[in-house]
Design a protein around this ligand. Structure first.
Ligand SMILES: Nc1ncnc2c1ncn2[C@@H]1O[C@H](COP(=O)(O)OP(=O)(O)OP(=O)(O)O)[C@@H](O)[C@H]1O
Length: 233
């Protein structure tokens, strides 16, 4: 099986000249279709930097990074855009548009894909909102939803187009224990149904058990690469 993301000897730096500081060191990591991988580690260890690289949101500087078969080091803007189209993003600050309803937020994500344009996008958006338990909130403005509900809209929006990869940065950070749990279980269920890969950065120890694999970052290096089960036990 070919990895969906393949990282080889990746280094990353911030700043220029004397201020240049290395943030990632010799990262090697292969992620396979359908895997749920959680990336954890202390603050400042490089998790977000690596996640944004693996999401095609930041240009690779040194080493190799292949996403869905496309080498990202030296890739054109167009190639990077094409890769990003196949990825769903869920961030802590969920980035929903508050002047749109839940359904309109989800629909917007479909409108970016040509193959959905001649389909009933309202119906598709409504269906996935029902799947995440928001069937009775479809026409609510997102400002009028709770934190957990907003995060579920963000999940629906990320997954509605059936992306091959979903990246999530601290998706439970703003949520209480139960909502956080509900949200990740929903991501897990949808992803398993769609066969998509999930890559999730978190400090939240309560959700580690949903991972097939946990990778640990420390000081810009990948420290361990172990089974979720082994780590939780
Ligand atoms: N835009 C930037 N400019 C300069 N340095 C940066 C930049 N972004 C991150 N860094 C540095 O790179 C290192 C890794 O940061 P990163 O945000 O990837 O860590 P993290 O593990 O995601 O942290 P957290 O858990 O706090 O979000 C840190 O030392 C940080 O200060």
């Amino acid at each position: 099986m070919q990895p969906v993301i393949s990282v080889h000897q990746l280094n990353h730096y911030f700043g220029e000249g004397e201020l240049r500081k290395q943030a990632l060191f010799d990262i090697n990591l292969d992620i396979y279709p359908g895997e749920i991988v959680i990336m954890t580690g202390p603050s400042g260890s490089g998790k977000t930097t690596l996640l944004t690289l693996m999401g095609g949101l930041r240009s690779a500087q040194e080493g190799n990074l292949k996403i869905l078969g496309q080498e990202m080091n030296g890739a054109s803007k167009k190639a990077m855009r094409q890769v990003r189209q196949q990825i769903g993003y869920i961030f802590q600050a969920h980035n929903l548009l508050t002047f749109l309803t839940a359904k309109q937020n989800v629909r917007m994500s479909l409108e970016l894909h040509e193959r959905f344009l001649d389909q009933n996008m309202d119906e598709i958006a409504t269906d996935i909102l029902k799947t995440v338990g928001l069937g009775n909130r479809v026409d609510y403005y997102t400002d009028n939803l709770s934190g957990g509900q907003k995060q579920r809209v963000a999940i629906a929006r990320a997954l509605v187009s059936h992306p091959k990869i979903v990246l999530a940065d601290e998706p439970t950070a703003a949520l209480d224990k139960k909502s956080g749990r509900d949200v990740v279980e929903m991501m897990q269920k949808l992803a398993k149904e769609q066969g998509c890969t999930i890559l999730l950065v978190t400090h939240d120890n309560r959700i580690l058990d949903i991972a097939d694999r946990i990778v640990y970052m420390e000081d810009g290096r990948l420290a361990a690469n172990s089974d979720a089960v082994a780590l939780v036990e």
